[in-house]
Design a protein around this ligand. Structure first.
Ligand code: AMP
Length: 208
């Protein structure tokens, strides 16, 4: 099962991906997580990426495409994968198709999680993440409900950056919905519902 998850920042892609990974044991490939790990480790990639991330801009295509190609080649991705936050531009989508075709693979389905833009800013600014395991929670979680780790607010989850990320999404990423529609791979889901209900719908679309 090779899945692309599409949706604006804060649509719930990471949360739904975590559930699918837990249930089906496929690889979770989140370019945001890979980049945040590089920032935390202070690698040259992290130092370069941070400038873009803090401003809510996209990291250059060439950098992100290279990361995903490496990740798709890893052992755990051979059983299937969920791409979360990639592709984000048409250039990335075309590069993904070509990399997969070189590996004799393809995308089975692209799931677009649709959310009301007005609700997103509130949702993201109250989002908190676990420093230890990456669990995505809310301001209500004083510790991580999964591992007890410290919850923190992502540097790019402040209101000004979120607004820019939404603009970037509308400009560069939203057109990918048509890209996957044209390929007959698109399934759209209403993300303005409780997490469990959205997840049931995701599974229904995957027919699993
Ligand atoms: P995310 O965790 O998916 O919201 O990503 C956080 C930030 O990482 C984004 O705002 C971008 O700066 C960067 N990023 C993540 N994925 C990509 C991508 N596919 N292309 C370019 N930049 C990305």
């Amino acid at each position: 099962m090779n899945i692309v998850l599409l949706g604006a920042p804060g649509a719930g892609k990471g949360t739904q991906a975590d559930r699918l990974v837990a249930e089906f044991g496929i690889a979770h490939i989140s370019t945001g997580d890979i980049l945040r790990a590089a920032v935390k480790a202070g690698t040259p990639l992290g130092l370069e990426a941070r400038k873009y991330m803090d401003a809510g801009e996209l990291v250059p295509d060439s950098v992100v495409i290279g990361l995903v190609k490496d990740r798709l080649g890893a052992t755990d991705a051979q059983r299937g994968f969920i791409l979360d936050g990639f592709p984000r531009t048409s250039v990335q989508a075309v590069a993904l198709d070509s990399a997969l075709s070189d590996m004799g693979k393809s995308i089975d389905v692209a799931i677009a999680i649709d959310v009301d833009p007005d609700a997103i800013v509130k949702r993201i600014t109250s989002r908190r993440m676990c420093r230890a395991c990456g669990y995505i929670g809310t301001i209500e979680d004083s510790r991580c409900p999964k591992c007890g780790g410290e919850m923190y607010q992502r540097d790019d989850d402040n209101e000004a950056t979120v607004r820019n990320r939404l603009d970037v999404y509308a400009r560069s990423t939203a057109p990918l919905v048509d890209y996957y529609l044209g390929k007959g791979l698109l399934e759209t889901i209403d993300g303005d519902r409780p997490v469990d209900v959205v997840y049931a719908d995701v599974k229904a679309k995957l027919k699993v």
